[in-house]
Design a protein around this ligand. Sequence first.
Ligand code: SF4
Length: 366
Amino acid sequence: MRIGIPHMGSLYIALKSLFERLNVDYIAPPLTTQRTLSLGVKYSPEGLCIPFKLTLGNMIEVAELGADTIIMPGSYGTCRLGYYARTQAQILHDLGYDIEMVQLGVSEQKFFGLLKIIKRLANNAPWPRIISALRFGIKKMNTLDRIERAVQKVRAVEMVKGTANQVYTKALDAIDRADDYRKLKEVEAEYTEQLDRIDRNPEAKPLIVGITGEFYVVLEPFSNFDVESELGKLGVEVRRTTFTSEWMKFSLFLNPLGINEKDRIHKAALPYLKRDIGGDGWESVGEKVLHSKEYDGLIHLAPFTCMPEIIAQNIMPRTREDIPVLTIICDEQITKTGMLTRLEAFVDLLERKRRVGIHNRQAVTV
Ligand code: SF4
């Protein structure tokens, strides 16, 4: 069995470590590129969202490398994601790839569902080995996310733009190569120190901009033209509550115990939206309300044709809690130049608002 899983941010590093420890043949897809997008667009129904197209592109690339089993997350609810694994499997079969599609319904089966799937993929490996491999994979994911949080802060104030990203790229590689807990700890300490040593502008008072929106486009930099790095170049500090490690902690372990990290966000959204509308639409509205005093502005990432985010986009300008929101529609038609022009205009607006204390309602859509 040769397993492939579509990309989503740096998740492939944790997955690689998990499967290596279980002696499962795992093939990481090549990093997502324009070719991945072109393949996804070519073979997807036109009206589907960018997560479908990019993950399909990853699947084709990993099938070309010999994967015969592909894992695709799915969920119940009002979003189309629940149907994607089946549709993508059909497209791959039509293209002549003999693959088995394993749908990971994490939302329904939580931690025990995940364990059962890993056990099957790992050829019935003993439970202690599975738990140990999973623990180490989760540890890697936590380390990756802590380093990324540190990078988000440094990008905004570094003297030489791009330095934090260079350290980050090396940190990803070192975390990938770390093969035990001691080494992982050393790598984290080393790269945290390297980030701390980066020259910063002592006068900088960065704007704080939150990133919210649909889970995949928030976490997969290719799908949003690495909007966080671009904001860093403009001297903006990015705040984001969605991280893969946090999602795993709650979705797999705490939600089944009745602890829901989203309760606070949902409560904040209640005056404007009373129920789940699928995907992450409810959370997008709640994030705007919840962080309106803490952030200077909010970037809302919404895949084209994504109904939950379309609803959220229409509610956001009507909330009493007032911060400027820039909605960026992510699809294959968006160009980097177009996005940068809008980001620059948005940051100009936020700087002016901070300078003169304008409290007008501002909402911009790209
Ligand atoms: S939430 Fe939106 S973008 Fe994400 S899978 Fe569902 S429809 Fe597509």
